[in-house]
Design a protein around this ligand. Structure first.
Ligand code: HEC
Length: 142
């Protein structure tokens, strides 16, 4: 009986730590490098080595789509797709450019970087949400 409870506690802790790592920190424009952004925003699902989890999260390493047309890749982040969250409100154009440039040139991937200007133009064309991080101390004062 005791070990069952321990197991449930462990599973709960694990689930909540995964959940909290997915919750965006409502900060100002992050201004982080692509590797750091990937670790914070993407690696929980796609894994730190970009291999994903078969049947759940696609591998980004060695992925032809990821190394193909930059607009197509960025549109996944700006609009979301299936189980892939929509990051348009959470990541600034330069953050999306940085994280995708990292993904496109890591783990053996070899594709050219994306620019913040390219992401901005695509965001406008897609009518994606504006970058809108919650203000500091958000949730108060309504
Ligand atoms: C909550 C889990 C989760 C997180 C976090 C996440 N993704 Fe995804 N991602 C997915 C899933 C699930 C798919 C497959 C979507 C589908 O089937 O249409 C996907 C698909 C993708 C694709 C398209 C791959 C393909 O072969 O079509 C790219 C590119 C991508 N994600 C990049 C990222 C980047 C970059 C980040 C971080 C900014 C990120 N993802 C964060 C779950 C996630």
């Amino acid at each position: 009986m005791k070990t069952i409870w321990k197991g449930m506690l462990f599973a709960g802790l694990l689930a909540s730590s995964v959940a909290s790592s997915l919750v965006s920190s409502p900060a100002l424009a992050e201004d982080l490098d692509g590797a750091t952004l990937f670790r914070k925003r993407c690696s929980a699902c796609h894994q730190p080595d970009g291999q994903g989890i078969p049947g759940a999260f696609p591998a980004l390493a060695g992925n032809a789509f990821v190394q193909g047309d930059g607009d197509a890749v960025a549109s996944v982040l700006l609009s979301g797709r299936g189980g892939m969250p929509n990051f348009s409100g959470q990541l600034a154009d330069r953050d999306i450019a940085a994280v995708l440039s990292f993904v496109r040139s890591s783990w053996g991937n070899q594709a050219p970087p994306l620019s913040a200007e390219q992401v901005a133009a695509l965001r406008a064309r897609l009518h994606a949400n504006a970058y809108d991080p919650a203000p500091p101390g958000g949730g108060r004062g309504h």
